[in-house]
Design a protein around this ligand. Structure first.
Ligand SMILES: *Cc1c(COP(=O)(O)O)cnc(C)c1O
Length: 393
């Protein structure tokens, strides 16, 4: 008989019922150090007392009205995002996928409203991930996502990441937008090369193409800047965010310049829940904490510490690990053994990590993790590596 929960995930045998900071606790009271943070979501840790207070206070006042009315919390969050980024305007959603859907619709509508309705093609990159809707599996294009769900949407072309020659060849008068993750997340923590991203931007400017960044995983302080594009000095026209901005509450957003958003007039797009008072109360609280130079500097310092410790770990276990990569607290450990074996060993030792493409293990801890907790995480990884070595030898 089928499970009452649709078995579309192969789940670990872990049943968490409580969280506190970087720690998760199971039904049986076992304690786990969470270096995954719900896949880069719980950016301020579990059950953060400040966020809990903001959420419960708001819950006592007003949960939901509708986007038929003005929503003060939503306006405040939009203003904060506009003040802190390239963007002039924001559409709120409940997830990353929805933020990307808005981004793609907006890009097509821009060209349509610009008397260039044949510009509909969207260029994306191999190994990317933009969500699980029909449009977003079509955007990423990999068979792993699309197989059996055909027909997929037309109008997306995938080329090699970090390959400017291929991109230059594929760009045409039909290209509406180029979509990329500044750091590929699900793909295995693969950063765009700086030169590549600035060449992409140049190509966009020269050819009337919109640049859409998917910062759903790498945004909101994850890299040690508020958004990853700041590291690259490249401004998008449209950007999708989610994950970290809600700190664990479902919230996403599509940010855009006034120009890119010109086609999105009243009636062109919508969402029942997007930008509701509860989600935006939490979003405001998260952004206020993270959008602070001192906080972001600490993320950079912790990143340095974690990377140093991981470099040492690699030296100790050359037969287990191949490479450390990533920015800020978005780190990928490419393994020589099966990544899932390392993750399972972590579960046995009380450590939570997340698998990624290219046989990586992802470390995406809460951004407010302490130095001591980083130390502990690496010690646990060292124990996992020793354990696996014994097993192999
Ligand atoms: C998680 C993720 C998405 C999808 O977000 P959902 O909230 O699961 O819809 C899209 N793009 C990237 C880069 C992501 O990491």
């Amino acid at each position: 008989m089928i499970d009452s929960v649709l078995p579309s995930y192969s789940r670990a045998n872990l049943r968490f019922v409580k969280g506190e900071g970087v720690w998760l606790f199971t039904e049986n009271g076992e304690k786990y150090l969470d270096m995954g943070a719900g896949i880069a979501v719980n950016c301020l840790g579990h059950a953060n007392p400040h966020l809990t207070k903001i959420l419960t206070d708001q819950a006592g006042n007003l949960w939901h009205t509708s986007n038929l009315y003005q929503i003060p919390n939503q306006e405040k969050l939009a203003n904060n995002l506009v003040q802190s980024t390239f963007a002039d305007t924001v559409f709120f959603t409940n997830s990353g996928t929805e933020s990307m859907e808005c981004a793609i619709k907006m890009a097509r509508k821009f060209h349509h409203s610009n008397n260039d309705p044949d510009r509909t093609e969207i260029i994306t990159f191999e190994n990317s991930f933009h969500g699980r809707s029909l449009a977003m599996i079509s955007a990423a294009g990999s068979e792993k996502l699309t197989k059996g769900f055909e027909p997929i949407l037309s109008g997306f072309i995938q080329i090699q990441y970090n390959n400017i020659e291929q991109l230059t060849e594929v760009v045409s008068a039909k290209t509406a937008a180029i979509v990329l993750e500044p750091i590929q997340g699900e793909g295995g923590i693969i950063p765009a090369q700086e030169r590549f991203l600035s060449q992409v931007k140049k190509l966009c400017l020269e050819n009337g193409i919109l640049l859409i960044l998917d910062e759903i995983q790498c945004g909101v302080g994850r890299t040690g800047t508020l958004f990853a594009y700041e590291e690259y000095n490249v401004m998008p026209d449209i950007m999708a965010i989610a994950k970290g901005i809600g700190g664990g509450f479902p919230l996403g957003a599509c940010l855009a310049t006034e120009r890119a958003a010109q086609g999105m007039t009243a009636g062109t797009h919508g969402s029942t829940y997007g930008g509701n008072p509860l989600a935006c109360a939490v979003g405001n609280a998260v952004l206020e904490i993270i959008n602070d130079q001192k906080f972001l500097d600490k993320v950079k310092n912790k990143s340095l510490l974690l990377k140093q410790k991981l470099a040492y770990l690699l030296d100790q276990h050359p037969d287990i690990f191949e490479e450390v990569r990533g920015k800020g607290l978005m780190i990928g450990l490419k393994c020589k053994i099966l990544n899932s074996d390392l993750i399972s060993a972590g579960y046995q030792k009380g450590l939570i990590t997340v698998p990624g493409g290219d046989n990586t293990v992802r470390l995406l801890p809460p951004l407010n993790i302490t130095n001591e907790e980083i130390d502990l995480a690496v010690t646990m990884l060292d124990k996992c590596a020793n354990h696996l070595k014994l097993k192999e030898g």
